[in-house]
Design a protein around this ligand. Structure first.
Ligand code: GLY
Length: 386
């Protein structure tokens, strides 16, 4: 406990995949770092599916986010190599691609439209017939009429990743505090530290706000510095192949059925993650019968054999949503306060680029070009205009 009194260059509020990644990179760059979280890695980072879906999740009007997502996807292999080398822990990064499939004419039209949009952006995606889809993934429903193969959208085991990052922060000389930050300490226009739930105060040269959906809940900031982050609930299932099962899928399969999106992410260890609902329910993380029913029904529509698997886990997490679905990165209106939050559906994907950009800012005081469009002022200015 006495090391709490050591002055920190950087205190990071939140130990999810984002806070841990920033903490690792900042500590590795020589800064004295403390990451503070009552249960590191136990929030949205644990519940996530681990899809790295830069191309599949591209949306109209979100091209700046696409650039950030592609930059992060490109960093993934070296980020993982380095992380596994310094920790000796596998992260189960799998470069197996993703197949998005269509069942009826409406799904097919939507997928064709997505393909046209992806092609216009120069993104690699290949249209396949239903038969070609089934030759790649024989367990697909006979009713699959076409699909889009995105060979560059991969996956990582988010839980293994988070465990490795916890080890990496400490291996790089950072400290992990299992505590809750209750308040920012602000002097004039500068954040100078944080107060913890045991009333202890930690001083810091810079504080990083990486508290996911709770980023707007910590006391002490003036309104203009509070990030507009809201929880978007996602229910998700973890299934397991029974002993002797030959395997369900070789790559991530996703699709839209009855108007809802569903994805199945097969892990090397036999786990299949099925996600996810998207619900505006505040901070509620209850698992509902309706949520589980919807996920199983939709997954079964795409891959009927899913019902042979063991239902191992049902869980819910809170994506930190923002008004434009993009993260909030870098400096804001108060000196000493740096943002790394609001990653919504893309926290696992965006961890490497966020870590490099925010740690770079902490060291150099400059945000790289790829992250520059994502500062808080874009949202605060938009708020003032409405
Ligand atoms: N990116 C997947 C999800 O948010 O469910």
């Amino acid at each position: 406990m006495s090391s709490r009194r050591v002055a920190h260059d950087v205190v990071i509020v939140g130990g999810g995949v984002i806070g841990l990644s920033v903490g690792w990179r900042a500590a590795a760059a020589g800064l004295r770092v403390a990451v503070i979280d009552p249960r590191p890695g136990a929030g949205a980072s644990r519940v996530a599916g681990g899809m790295l879906a830069a191309v599949n999740e591209v949306q109209y009007g979100e091209q700046p986010l696409l650039a950030l997502s592609l930059a992060s996807a490109a960093r993934y292999p070296s980020f993982i190599d380095e992380l596994e080398a310094v920790t000796g822990r596998p992260t189960e990064y799998r470069a197996t691609g993703t197949l998005a499939v269509a069942l009826d004419a409406d799904d097919r039209a939507a997928l064709r439209e997505l393909h046209t949009f992806q092609t216009s952006l120069g993104l690699a995606a290949q249209w396949l017939s239903g038969r070609e889809c089934r030759s790649l993934e024989p367990m697909l429903a006979p009713g699959v009429t076409g699909g889009l193969l995105v060979a560059g959208d991969h996956q990582v085991d988010n839980r293994a990743l988070t465990a490795a990052l916890i080890t990496a922060v400490e291996a790089a000389g950072g400290t992990l505090w299992r505590a809750r930050v209750t308040e920012f300490r602000v002097l004039g226009d500068r954040v100078v530290g944080v107060r913890l739930d045991d009333d202890e105060v930690l001083a810091a040269g810079q504080v990083v706000l990486a508290a996911g959906s709770w980023s707007g809940e910590v006391a002490g900031l003036p309104d203009r510095a509070v990030p507009p982050v809201r929880p978007v609930k996602g229910q998700i299932l973890r299934l397991r192949l029974p002993a002797g099962h030959p395997g369900l899928l070789a790559r991530t399969v996703r699709g839209t059925t009855r108007g809802s999106h569903v994805y199945l992410v097969p892990r090397a260890n036999g786990e299949v993650v099925v996600g996810a609902t998207a619900e505006e329910q505040g901070f509620d993380t209850g698992v509902t019968a309706g949520g589980v029913y919807q996920l199983l029904r939709d997954a079964h529509d795409l891959v009927p054999g899913v019902t042979e698997l063991t239902l191992a886990e049902c869980d819910a997490g809170l994506r930190p949503g923002t008004p434009d679905n993009a993260p909030i990165l870098g400096p804001g209106p108060l000196a000493g306060l740096v943002y790394a939050t609001g990653h919504h559906r893309n926290g696992i994907l965006l961890a490497p680029v966020t870590a490099d950009a925010v740690a770079g800012y902490l060291v150099e005081g400059v945000l790289p070009d790829v992250a520059a469009p994502f500062t808080l002022d874009r949202l605060v200015d938009a708020r003032a205009e409405t």
